[in-house]
Design a binder for this molecule. Structure first.
Ligand SMILES: [Ca+2]
Length: 134
């Protein structure tokens, strides 16, 4: 009998939101490439449930860090990779964010070290990034 696995063996499964995910090190741009190589994408944290469930999983694993996620500042607005808008509320963004500092801070970061919410940053800086596999 075949055994079906929900996730690729190297990915973590967070059942509450049915997400397979894994972090790697590198820039936002490297994250785009790394995830694509694995037929995944930079994670889209577009619901409170997904944000909170993954934050708790990362916190439980003692892997709090500044992570790149799948959003960017395009044509004057913050968008997820699927083109939907990033909700511009304090539910998703840390205090004072996005501050576009420096002005080319066009990549969406997620600071699980501090407020557990979004913080824009410069995409070529090395942090961690999270891929999610559909
Ligand atoms: Ca910022």
């Amino acid at each position: 009998m075949a055994i079906l696995l929900r996730c690729h063996p190297h990915y973590t499964y967070t059942a509450s939101v049915d997400v397979c995910w894994k972090w790697y090190g590198g820039s936002w741009f490297e994250g785009m490439a790394t995830c694509a190589e694995e037929d995944s994408r930079l994670v889209v944290l577009d619901t409170v449930d997904k944000l909170e469930s993954l934050r708790q999983a990362i916190n439980s694993a003692n892997e709090n860090y500044y992570y790149w996620v799948g959003g960017q500042f395009v044509s004057g607005t913050w968008k997820w990779l699927d083109g939907t808008p990033v909700e511009m509320t304090s539910t998703f963004w840390g205090p004072g964010e996005p501050n576009r500092s420096p002005s080319h801070a066009n990549a969406l970061g997620w600071n699980t070290n501090t407020h557990g919410k979004f913080d824009d940053g410069v995409g070529n800086s090395n942090n961690r990034h999270i891929c999610e596999k559909p």
